[in-house]
Design a protein around this ligand. Structure first.
Ligand code: F3S
Length: 435
């Protein structure tokens, strides 16, 4: 038998029979809970789960979810001390003190430093101590401290229609679009609550009707490089940002030929910067049946001139002293591409070239021989963190170069790093920094 959760005031005087009447009169939002979910809410599984369940029910009520659903995995954001500060530590301390543990396989987004090499990457001891405390708290809750924004590269492979709760915007867009899995863009607290309970409210992208394309893009340009996809996402995201769709613009692309997974990752990360959490590509992405049901409210064409003029806006106007690649974190093919371009070359004086990826990818790169070549060419392989949430030494790095539009948006002001950042295709980044 299903149970009903109402606001505390309503619970105190309504009987089950009167609920339907009350709902129709006062238009209250009801979230149906199973017995097990009700028990969590009553604290029978401990205070940690109780807090988490209470928050999810409130979110469900806000979004008018009819019920909660089970999730297969969670990917948790809110990990870097740079962006979370002491408030993040307090929040995690609370859950740990209440004995909270995750109920489903759960991975972590990047933190604010490379755990193994923070001393030689200009991270001060106070920052490192607090970052380790955050990671320790996650470990106590049985979260896998993978510290990467691309869990799908080494864990959490998803199936079409599978419900998950993920929080990192680029990963959400990739999970929804590339795999056809179903997740809303969770925030750091709702995703942690979902991980602890194994549940999420049934609304938004969990419903098929919310996944239907509402805008269309005709790509008339040759889109080839990873950074081309990033630029395409910038153009499309900006063009449709004027609309107030309840769950953002859901573009359907035509004219893209044979994008690689990392290309769609770059496209999704750029679109996510404008609030898009799902896109479809004709003939490529898994939910082709939804393209047939499209309800198009706006459409654009993207030409070669659009791509060139957008590149121009991000072209360096000052000399960069560091190039950062790996936003989202680089997969093995991207690592191989950098390796090929830098092999046997020497960095220009006072230049740095950093490649951001997960420890898991680093281990594979090591076994594959890429790491040795990268080390010899002076590339710093940075793990556990990302170009945005890393705390740069501003005396050393004043101008940044990247091949990712998301990094180009989030590293400059008003971010905490606040460093001017420019964009070039990968090959040109290498030419800029190497002799
Ligand atoms: Fe990932 Fe950081 Fe970019 S979380 S998408 S590398 S800004």
């Amino acid at each position: 038998m299903e149970h009903v959760r109402l606001s505390e005031l309503s619970r105190s005087f309504l009987t089950n029979e009167s609920i339907i009447l009350w709902w129709s009169v006062a238009n209250l939002i009801l979230v149906y809970l199973t017995k097990d979910e009700e028990a969590m809410l009553e604290g029978e599984y401990g205070e940690g789960k109780q807090i988490a369940m209470s928050l999810l029910v409130d979110v469900g009520e806000f979004f008018e979810a009819e019920k909660l659903i089970d999730i297969a995995s969670a990917h948790i954001s809110g990990v870097s001390y740079l962006t979370g500060g002491d408030g993040l530590i307090d929040q995690l301390d609370l859950f740990v003190s209440k004995g909270a543990k995750v109920a489903v396989p759960s991975t972590l987004n990047p933190c604010g430093m490379d755990r193994d090499h923070y001393q030689d990457l200009y991270i001060d001891l106070d920052f490192a101590t607090k970052q380790f405390r955050i990671l320790d708290n996650f470990e106590r809750m049985d979260v896998a401290t993978t510290c990467s924004c691309t869990p799908y590269d080494f864990s959490h492979l998803l199936t079409k229609g599978q419900h998950v709760a993920w929080a990192e915007s680029s990963a959400v867009t990739f999970a929804n679009s590339f795999f056809g899995a179903r997740t809303n863009k969770e925030d750091s607290l709702t995703v942690l609550s979902a991980a602890i309970t194994g549940k999420t409210p049934y609304y938004g992208f969990h419903l098929e009707e919310e996944r239907i394309p509402n805008v269309a893009v005709d790509v008339k340009a040759i889109i080839d490089e990873y950074s081309d996809y990033s630029i395409l996402g910038e153009i499309v995201g900006k063009a449709f940002s004027k609309h107030a769709f309840p769950f953002g613009a859901i573009p359907v692309f035509k004219g893209l030929s044979n994008p690689r997974p990392q290309d769609l990752k770059a496209l999704g990360a750029a679109l996510a910067s404008f609030g898009t959490q799902l896109f479809h590509v004709e003939g490529i992405t898994p939910e082709q049946e939804l393209i047939a049901k499209a309800s198009i409210q706006d459409q654009i064409s993207v030409t070669e001139e659009d791509i060139i003029s957008t590149y121009e806006k991000f072209r360096p106007t000052a000399e960069p002293d560091i190039a950062v690649i790996g936003c989202p974190n680089a997969n093995l093919e991207e690592i191989a591409a950098v390796t090929k371009l830098v092999k046997g070359r020497t960095l220009k004086k006072n230049k740095a070239f950093w490649l951001f990826s997960s420890s898991a990818q680093k281990a594979i790169a090591d076994k594959s021989g890429y790491l040795k070549v990268l080390n010899e060419a002076g590339v710093r392989f940075v793990t556990d963190t990302c170009p945005e949430v890393f705390k740069y030494d501003k005396d050393k790095f004043k101008i940044i170069l990247t091949n990712s539009i998301k990094a180009a948006h989030y590293i400059p002001a008003p971010s905490l790093n606040n460093i001017p950042t420019y964009l070039l295709p990968l090959r040109e980044c290498v030419e800029e920094m190497y002799q």
